[in-house]
Design a protein around this ligand. Structure first.
Ligand code: HEM
Length: 504
């Protein structure tokens, strides 16, 4: 067996730290790089200048790391306590960086209404996304170009396409769950993650790319996806970590596969009606077509933007329904009412009629929004609530906290889908109290697709199985991953009596 090089050993130690917890990663980072020498002065209270009043600063006795360990352990608790103590706007230090949170609807408006030149997304996201998607797309290009790219992608996510997507997703779901058998206990999150790659690839990339999605390609996606970690966000991109190398190799290989398929499509005489065709035909405002490299980058971005977000949401929805069987039964009754007792193939229009399933999904996104924090870099001084945020601060809004504020939400931490059947689920005027898909110029373009995908999968699953928690265990939240996934997400299931016919 080959002896690993020193850099590989060091790299995998750092990666183990990243895998186990954020705080360990931070420890390895600071010790390994010797940053501690220069930090004493950085962690002092921010001085208020003559005119400017800075946000309240939560001081810490721990040099450099500041509050990273407390935050990493339980970010929601940390932010809720700070909100109680300091109000909606406050700053603190983590790993030598200053963060200012804007909590509640009014304060969050600053981030959503700001221009990208003032509160900048590329500065905080590009180091994560560019190695994964590649150059020339998303946060690697000037914001007006990305806005054009978003507009192109959005034009391919329309109702006519969703009508094609529903039967594809239903078929993929039935096919995938054939292996589950009559009853058992399985890792629901793992299953839904695999299924969502298959369905998203089929719907968003097209049948040629879906047809080559075998275990080898799935491993390439997994390696690429390994680029979305705290390590990639915090550590310099040039470190020779094994996961960085795997990510870069996977990027090259996936791009090579996509180039071939794009070329074949360009040469084909048949015009398909899908996202890939749209990307081949669309032009920028100046009349230029997308290059193969840009198309490949956008295809990777489309797949990965929806991967963790939709798979964690689908899994949490399953656990909420397994915990509250009366809600699960209500969803099942709705399925029978909308689809009929013998479950003919599902249509897009029927998804619209599933208002209770819709409310359960909305409530899941309230209590478990996959993106816990949206972030921007302050490039210019920003005024909010009578405070000035200086340039250089990372300005953050947290859907997770806004979705649970007691002043906005009745029974704030209860899973209560019926709240959306009333006229005012949120206290009046709280525009940014519910923001699982963000708002403003960086708002998500994938919301409608995500709803189609998750509702189709769950419509199918509710027909196939009845779900229960295993010995009453409802998953705790894993804060070590960038998207808050369920810990030990095993669910108990048993077939409904008609499911054999449904599978056939
Ligand atoms: C449950 C599923 C999803 C959730 C909760 C979600 C959430 C979000 C959020 C919160 C943002 C705003 C980020 C920010 O302001 O910093 C965002 C942006 C975005 N999302 Fe999604 N997303 C989901 C699925 C998808 C899917 C399926 C796609 C693609 C098909 C997608 C593509 C995008 C894109 C392109 C942006 C724009 C980023 C920007 O302009 O800076 N998302 N998403």
């Amino acid at each position: 067996m080959a002896t690993p090089s020193l850099s590989e050993v060091g790299g995998s130690l750092l990666e183990k730290a990243a895998g186990s917890s954020l705080s360990l990663l931070l420890a390895a980072l600071a010790l390994g790089l010797g940053f501690l020498l220069q930090v004493g002065s950085r962690n002092r209270r921010q001085p208020d200048s003559g005119q400017e009043k800075y946000p309240p600063y939560i001081s810490s006795n721990i040099p450099f790391f500041g509050h990273a360990i407390a935050f990493g352990k339980s970010p929601i608790e940390f932010l809720e306590n700070a909100y109680e103590k300091y109000g909606p706007v406050f700053s603190f230090t983590m790993v030598g960086k200053k963060f200012t949170y804007l909590l509640g609807s009014d304060a969050a408006a600053l981030l959503f209404n700001s221009k990208n030149e003032d509160l900048n997304a590329e500065d905080v996201y590009s180091r994560l996304t560019t190695p994964v998607f590649g150059k020339g797309v998303a946060y690697d290009v000037p914001h007006p170009v990305f806005l054009e790219q978003k507009k192109m992608l959005k034009s391919g996510l329309n109702i006519a396409q969703f009508k094609n997507h529903v039967p594809i997703i239903e078929k993929e779901t039935k096919e995938y769950f054939k292996t589950w058998g009559e009853s058992g206990e399985r890792n629901l999150f793992e299953a839904l993650s695999e299924l969502i790659i298959l369905t998203a690839s089929h719907c968003l990339h097209g049948k040629e790319i879906r047809s080559i999605l075998n275990e080898k390609v799935a491993q390439l996606y997994a390696d690429l996806d390994g680029g979305f970690t705290h390590a990639a966000w915090l550590l310099p991109h040039w470190l020779p970590l094994p996961s960085f190398r795997r990510r870069d190799r996977a990027h090259q290989k996936i791009k090579a596969i996509f180039y071939k398929i794009i070329q074949k499509r360009r040469q084909s005489l048949k015009i398909e009606d899908d996202m890939l065709q749209m990307l081949l035909d669309v032009t920028y405002k100046d009349g230029r077509n997308l290059t193969d490299d840009e198309i490949a980058g956008l295809l990777i971005g489309l797949l990965l933007a929806g991967q963790h977000t939709s798979s964690t949401t689908s899994a949490w929805l399953g656990f909420f329904l397994a915990r509250e069987k009366s809600l699960q039964e209500q969803c099942y009754r709705e399925q029978k009412a909308v689809r009929g007792e013998d479950f003919p193939p599902l249509h897009y229009d029927q998804l619209k009629e599933m208002s209770f399933l819709d409310s359960c999904l909305k409530e899941t996104l309230r209590l478990r929004p996959p993106i816990m924090t949206m972030m921007r870099m302050a490039k210019t001084p920003q005024t909010v609530a009578g405070y000035t945020i200086p340039p250089g601060h990372q300005v953050c809004v947290s859907p997770t906290v806004n979705h649970r504020l007691k002043d906005c939400w009745v029974e704030n931490v209860s899973f209560k889908p019926s709240r959306y059947l009333q006229d005012n689920p949120v206290a009046a005027g709280e525009k940014f109290a519910y923001i699982p898909f963000g708002a403003g110029r960086h708002r998500c373009i994938g919301e409608n697709f995500a709803y189609v995908q998750i509702k189709t999968i769950w419509s199918t699953l509710l027909h196939l199985y009845e779900f229960d928690l295993v010995d009453g265990y409802f998953p705790t939240i894993n804060y070590a991953t960038m998207i808050h996934t369920p810990n030990n997400p095993v669910i108990r299931y048993k077939s409904r009596s008609h499911s054999a016919a449904f599978f056939s």
